[in-house]
Design a protein around this ligand. Structure first.
Ligand code: MN
Ligand code: MN
Length: 300
């Protein structure tokens, strides 16, 4: 079971302005092969399917716990996409507009992703940056622990490469703040799966890091979190369960040597931003003033 809170894992700054094509690029971090939906669903299914939990408890706890954190990452990516898409077409209401020839969605023609305007109210969708729907084919759950951990290590490294590329494509401060935070948290997951493989096999996986070979501290939006030590914290996303995380998450961080710590609380979090109405898309829609007048006349 999941216990849900109406909060975001971090506070997002306002975007510099509406930017539909930036939102399209950020979609890769949602529904791309290496996006947050993939990490979420990979670890979720691996935790559902985990055999021999008692014998392998620390690994089960690790995969289950990281799965829960990934939910907070699809939230952050969604919020960023929604903020970037807010105001990308001209706000107007056909019900109140005097101009029957108006085409307020005109700008959407030039946007890379039409689904943001046709299939949603200028909001996030479970698609990648090219509009391909996310697919369950992105889930790997072999049932072999070593193979699954190796896959998860690879998945997190691929996710990191995509985050860095989106960062380089999109200069918007809101998108970069989100990517900076996720680079740090994804870094935690990379180290966690490397540690798990080390415990299980004795191989020194930490020597491969970082992949790609650019340190998170080179990105100012990530460096601010690393200064607070967030790259060394594994949050426990349950008040009562997954007690053996510290059997894997311990010892020195492979890059800076700082101590790895399990925290029994989830991040403090921040409120979701307010998403303004987009009347030109009837989003959220509501009362038609003419219809209201019509019925008021009948009733009186
Ligand atoms: Mn993530
Ligand atoms: Mn992750």
């Amino acid at each position: 079971m999941i216990h849900r809170f109406d909060k975001l894992a971090m506070a997002l700054p306002d975007p510099a302005g509406p930017d539909a094509n930036a939102a399209a690029a950020v979609q890769e971090l949602m529904g791309g092969k290496f996006g947050e939906m993939s990490t979420l669903m990979n670890y979720t299914f691996q935790s559902f399917n985990f055999r021999g939990r008692e014998k392998m408890r620390p690994y089960f706890d690790l995969i289950s716990n990281i799965a829960a954190e990934e939910y907070s990452h699809i939230e952050l990516v969604s919020a960023t996409i929604n903020l970037l898409l807010s105001g990308t077409t001209k706000r107007s209401d056909r019900n109140t507009s005097k101009n029957s020839k108006a085409s307020p969605l005109e700008e959407a023609k030039a946007a890379r992703n039409s689904y943001h305007f046709l299939a949603s109210g200028q909001t996030a969708l479970p698609i990648d940056s090219m509009g391909n729907p996310w697919t369950g084919a992105n889930v790997f759950s072999s049932g072999n622990l070593k193979l699954d951990l190796l896959h998860n290590f690879f998945l997190e490294c691929g996710a990191r490469a995509n985050k860095i590329r989106v960062y380089e494509m999109v200069s918007d401060p809101c998108a970069r703040a989100m990517v900076g935070f996720l680079l740090v948290r994804g870094g935690v997951h990379i180290v966690a799966y490397a540690r798990a493989l080390e415990k299980l096999t004795g191989a020194d996986v930490g020597k491969l890091l970082p992949i790609p070979d650019v340190c998170n501290k080179k990105f100012p939006e990530a460096a601010i979190h690393e200064k607070k030590g967030i790259h060394r914290i594994m949050y426990r996303w349950s008040p009562t369960d997954y007690p053996q995380l510290d059997q894997v998450w311990n010892g020195p961080h492979p890059e800076d040597g700082g101590e790895l710590i399990v925290k029994d609380e989830i991040p403090e979090g921040a409120p979701w931003p307010e998403f303004e109405e987009e009347p030109q898309l009837s989003s959220p829609g509501g009362i038609d003033p003419d219809m209201l007048k019509h019925y008021a006349k009948i009733l009186s």
